[in-house]
Each structure stands twice: as structure tokens, then as C-alpha cells.
Design a protein around this ligand. Sequence first.
Ligand code: ATP
Length: 275
Amino acid sequence: RGAKTFSKDSSATVTWADIGGLEDVKTSLQQAVEWPLKFPETFERLSLKPPRGILLYGPPGCSKSTIVRACAFASNATFLTLSAADVFSPYVGDAEAAIRQVFRDARAATPAIIFMDEIDAIVSKREFAQGGSGGSGMALRVLSTLLNEMDGVEVADGLLIVGATNRPDMIDAALLRPGRFDRVIYVPLPTTEDRHHILKIHTKHAHLANDVNLSLIAEQTPYFSGAELENVCREASLLALRESIHAESIEMRHFTKALTCVQPVSNATSIATYA
Ligand code: ATP
């Protein structure tokens, strides 16, 4: 059985304006992803080696995937995703073939970004892999195939690999050697100001009543991720709708109630593990 072919992910039409806050992360990624893909000749002329791989890590729901899509869109690059399901699916049959295939497809469509979400599920630490249930040999083969493919990428290839994880401690150290994932970027929880920005983004098409104070909601939501703030906005709209099918707008009380329904998964202790 052959591996599935990987085609351009068309949901990549996300722009930087869709992502609230995270200005430092955006700048780092623009320099590390957009510039080398858009201006490879300049990098060659100046003898600069852009990173081959970039690893994003941080708490869940903080736009790691979204930000890479925005990068791909801004760089006019093909965006290919490789998940653990693609690699280990019984339908794929051959995990190593799936990895080789995504690199082959990416090379045929450069400039391209291969995005591996939850990369820890694809290549976890060897000791974990060996202790894991069944297929430890398979986990090692997957890791070495990925390393081989990454080592074969040349600067001028216009191909970049981006991995994302909530569990950086689970990543095999071999992946972090120079020339592999040699840029590691932390994507933090949003600050109060970022949360305000994110709330504005996720309510921009809604009618808000005059009493809605997004800046107050931002202050009341420490440890909320962008995804959770999006949930709060969705929940507030649903509450308004359930109250009246003719609802004119979302009111502050809907947000206040929504805040009692959505709880952040992160807290001071979980965030400390990323330090
Ligand atoms: P996970 O680690 O759970 O895979 P992630 O960090 O990759 O999550 P995304 O999947 O990119 O996060 O984010 C989920 C959703 O949350 C996005 O589709 C987006 O709508 C919203 N979101 C997260 N962060 C932001 C942000 N900074 N600005 C706007 N929306 C955000």
C-alpha cells in the first residue's frame, strides 16, 4: 500500500491580522520563515543559513497551528500538514513511507512548509518509545526517517519544517541538533492586552451591546488561551440566541455567564513546566 499523497492545505488562508497579540512570536517567525522562503537569494548572497526546522512549543490553544498557516499564507508557500494519524494510520501501512511522501510532495511544490502538529506524538523520546506499548522499533524507524529527510534539505530548497508541541520534554534530543529544529520558539499564553485584542478579533462580526466591556473581560481571564477566549465569545453568542431567536446583540451579561461555562486548562503550575 502506498502512502497517501499530501496536497496543499487550503485552510491556510489565515492572515497575521487574524492573530491577536504575540508580536514577538510573529516577528521571529516572519524572520525565520517568511524571509528565507520569499528571499532565498539574499540569504545565499549574504551566506546566511536560515533554520531548516523550527519548533514551536507552549500551552494548548495559543495559535501555534494558526500562526504557521499565517506564515505560509504570507510567504505564498504551500502548506502541508503531517500528523501522527497520517504516520501511524493503519490505512497508511508504512509509517516511514508517509514521511518520505510528505517530503517528496513538499519538494514538488516549493516554497513549502511541512507542519507537524503534536510532533511529540510522531517522534517521542527514545526511552519513552522503547518503553511504550508495541512498535518501539517502528518509533525508532520513524525518527530516523524524519532525521534523514531533514538532513537532506538544502538551504536553497525553499523547504521548511515546523513542528509544534505542548510537551517539549517529550521531544527526542536528536531532533534539536543544529541543522534540524535549530530554532525553538515559545508561544506563550496571551497577556491581558493580547486577550483584549483576541476578544476584538473574535467579536468583530458580531453586534455587541453598548455595555460590553472587552477590556474588562480581558482582565478577568488570566490563563485563558486564545482558543478558550474564542469559546467564550461563541458561548456568549449562543446564550443571546437561546434567550431570544430575535436577539439584536450580545450583552455584557451574556459574556459574564459565558465566563462561568469556559474554564482555562492552563494554570500557574502547568505554565511553570515550560520555563
Ligand atoms: P494546540 O496546541 O491545542 O494544537 P494551538 O496552539 O496550535 O493549539 P490553534 O489550534 O492555532 O492553537 O488555536 C485554536 C484556535 O484558537 C484558533 O483557530 C484561533 O481561532 C484561536 N486562537 C488561539 N490563539 C489566538 C490568537 N492569539 N488570536 C486569535 N485567535 C486565537
